[in-house]
Design a protein around this ligand. Structure first.
Ligand code: ADP
Length: 308
């Protein structure tokens, strides 16, 4: 069975639904992608690499991973840390604001749990997915060890997948981010950037500019996402522009890119060419942005994906 791991942080989501009521769920970029990959391709093994705590919400989070069919052998339990939390509030104009408590989360310690048998498990996968948020969350003291392990598993044949997903507030400086992103670009076999993520950091404003910038690295497969505009792929030097159908009634764009990534990677692992993979990924993202929240209810998602 083909296997992919998604490394990063899943958080507890709290959303105000009235003055006195909060709705609690789970979300985080790599987790969202893992969920959508598994929902589109149930026969692929799809696992999360992260750390949670021993608290009640951590136990629920692990249960949710299992309910979504995700492999949890690399979800570690930290004795005295808890998951990150964020709170979303929507004002009368529909504008959302986010408050985070994630600076000391269990997930920041994930590399502390790495040992030879964890590395062996990682090396047994076909792909490892890392995002810019995963890189921001890994503690600076663990970075060298982390990259050594990524290098070794790449040598063992694991394809390294990177989505830059830039969140300025998670980094000390742009220089720090760029240092980590350069290593990621150097090691990536597949890169899935959104243009916006690279605009602030590198002043790149178009798909072509992103392709030109990434040409200095040896990345076999680049997929550039740009909201409702077309998707560009460059695979082994072959550039292609894929048209997608814009959604007219967008409800919430949270996790559009995550859903795209999950469906795209699943499709590629299942042997589809990039044309089919982009169409499926764009469809998954379109379904997700017509529903509120990062994770669309499973039944609705599966039904919508089956409709033409
Ligand atoms: P991110 O969520 O990473 O910022 P984008 O906004 O570029 O990513 O969106 C990712 C994908 O979601 C796009 O490539 C596209 O397939 C889909 N998407 C986003 N916005 C729309 C839209 N308004 N209509 C149709 N598809 C969209």
């Amino acid at each position: 069975m083909k296997k992919i791991f998604f490394l990063g942080e899943c958080m507890v989501e709290l959303k105000a639904i009235s003055d006195s009521t909060l709705n609690q769920s789970f979300a985080g970029d790599v987790y969202n992608s893992a969920v959508y990959l598994k929902r589109c391709f149930s026969s692929l093994e799809c696992g999360v690499v992260s750390a949670i705590g021993t608290d009640a919400l951590s136990i629920k989070m692990r249960q949710r991973f299992v309910e979504e069919g995700l492999a949890t052998q690399l979800v570690f339990t930290h004795a005295n840390k808890v998951p990150g939390i964020y709170y979303i509030e929507t004002d009368e104009q529909g504008e959302r604001s986010f408050t985070y408590w994630r600076h000391d989360s269990a997930a920041r310690k994930v590399v502390d749990f790495f040992n030879p048998s964890v590395e062996e498990e990682l090396a047994s996968a076909d792909m490892l997915f890392i995002s810019g948020i995963s890189l921001a969350v890994i503690e600076p003291a663990s970075r060298d060890l982390f990259w050594q392990i990524v290098q070794r598993i790449k040598k063992a044949g694991v394809k390294i997948v990177f989505d830059p997903n830039y969140r300025a507030r998670l980094w000390q400086s742009e220089q720090e981010t760029k240092g980590q992103y350069t290593i990621a670009f150097e090691l990536a076999d597949i890169c899935l950037p959104g243009i916006e993520d690279l605009t602030t950091l590198y002043e790149l404003h178009s798909a072509q500019a992103v392709m030109d910038y990434l040409a200095q690295f040896n990345i076999a497969e680049v997929v550039v996402k740009n909201g409702p505009s077309s998707v560009f792929t460059k695979i082994n030097g072959q550039l292609f522009e894929h048209q997608i159908t814009p959604v007219t009634h967008v409800v919430d764009t949270t996790s559009a890119g995550d859903a795209f990534n999950g469906a795209y990677l699943g499709a590629r692992m299942a042997g589809m060419d990039e044309h089919k993979a982009v169409q499926l990924a764009a469809k998954a993202a379109a379904v997700v942005i017509q529903q509120p929240g990062a994770i669309t209810p499973k039944e609705h998602f599966v039904k919508a994906m089956q409709s033409t």
